[in-house]
Every structure is written in C-alpha cells, then in structure tokens.
Design a protein around this ligand. Structure first.
Ligand code: S6P
Ligand code: ZN
Length: 220
C-alpha cells in the first residue's frame, strides 16, 4: 500500500482512489459533522446562490425584477462533499434553502438532471418544511413530494429534481448520490421545469407553467 507523508502523518494519496476499502478515502472524509444552523459540513466549502444567480428560474419575471431591485438575498447554499471517486463511491451535499417567494412562487433551487442520467439520489429532510418537484425527463410527468424534517425522498434516475421551501424557516436537507452522477443544468436552463410551485390560499400548489400568465404574480 502506498502512502504520502505530510510531517509525521502518513495518509493515503488520491492516486490510490482505485484501492478498495478504507485506503480509498482520506481519514478526514470518513466522518463529518453537520451544523444544521450554519448549514456547514465540517470545514468543507460551500456554493452560494443569490437571487441574481437565479434569473430565468422563477415564472414571474416582473416580480423577480422588483425583488432584485430591492436587494440580492442569498437564496440557498450547498456544501458538496466528495469523499472518494470511482465506481460504487458516493458523494453528498447539505442544502440550506431560505424561505421566501417571488410573486406567488416559493424560493427554490435551480434544479438539474444528473449528467449520468441513470444516477438516482436520496434526499433526507433535516429541518424546515419543503417540497421536491420531480420531473421525468422523457415524458415531463411530474410529482410533488414532501421534504421536511424526517422525510426521505428517492429521486430515480432520468428525473429532473429541485427543492422548494414552503415554510417560514430555512429548509435544510442532505442529498446522497453516486460519485459519477455529475450535474446537468443546461437542459433545465433551456426549458425550465414544466410545473411551478405557487401559493394558493396559503397552500403550495403545482401549476403548469404554460397556464400561468407572465408578470401577473403567477396567477392563471
Ligand atoms: C446534488 C443534489 C443537491 C443539489 C442542491 C442544489 O445532486 O441534488 O445537493 O445540488 O439541492 O440544487 P442545484 O439544482 O442548484 O444543484
Ligand atoms: Zn441531484
């Protein structure tokens, strides 16, 4: 077994990623602490998405422009952890999605398909009240499922997925996916999801995007 040395500490090198077992993962990646309040996973760096990063995501472009003129809030943060690469390995990410709405549409993530389409994913809701919008790529068939504290969602392969916060507190969740999954944002950026999650009489309701009038506060 090969090791690279830093000071007195012997640690497996990433050149050994194909080695099975414990040697395939750096010791500090075997365990990590989730801080649900701070949205952190140990000291792993995160990616932040501000409202200005979400142009084209929300249905109501007028409301989006007005919200942006008032400020550019943080909408969500994701800390992705990649302990190991290669067949059979897993990655995971902690997402923290703020509460809010643009027009009648709840704050949500960009959403994506996995670049390796067969890759499935498991989401575990840790805090807050959310929903996941799942859209089968080939047919556009859509399902809305709960993602709140204690909820588990299975996202099959070939299925676009995004999360929405329908509560008043940050929504915190963990997503676990194959190391080889990758992210394809381009397909979503081009056509968006078929349905929008909007508030109707205080409740989240899925409505076909084509049935909503642009710039009318998301009203049909
Ligand atoms: C990764 C997993 C999540 C998302 C996160 C942010 O496969 O599905 O960690 O990355 O919910 O969403 P998005 O669409 O901006 O990557
Ligand atoms: Zn994913």
């Amino acid at each position: 077994m090969l090791f690279c040395c830093q000071g007195s500490e012997a640690r497996p090198s990433f050149s050994l990623m194909a080695v099975p077992g414990l040697a395939s993962v750096l010791p500090e990646h075997l365990a990590a602490h989730l801080d649900l309040g701070a949205g952190t996973v140990g000291a792993h760096p995160g990616t932040e998405r501000f409202l200005s990063d979400l142009r084209g995501v929300f249905h109501d472009e007028v409301a989006y422009g007005e919200a942006l003129a008032r400020g550019n809030p943080l909408v969500y943060r994701v800390v992705g952890v990649a302990p190991a690469e290669g067949d059979g390995q897993l990655h995971y990410g902690l997402g923290t999605l703020q509460a809010g709405k643009i027009g009648q549409e709840y704050f949500l993530t960009k959403g994506h398909l996995h670049a390796w389409r067969p890759a499935a994913e498991v989401y575990v809701g840790l805090r807050g009240d959310g929903r996941m919008i799942l859209e089968e790529e080939a047919t556009g068939r859509t399902r809305l499922v709960p993602l709140g504290a204690g909820d588990v969602v299975y996202v099959p392969g070939h299925t676009a997925h995004r999360t929405a916060n329908v509560g008043s507190e940050p929504l915190v969740y963990l997503g676990i996916y194959p190391a080889a999954a990758g992210h394809d944002y381009a397909a979503i950026a081009e056509r968006n999801f078929r349905c929008c999650l909007v508030e109707r009489e205080g409740q989240p309701v899925l409505v076909e995007r084509a049935r909503l009038v642009r710039g009318a506060g998301g009203r049909p």
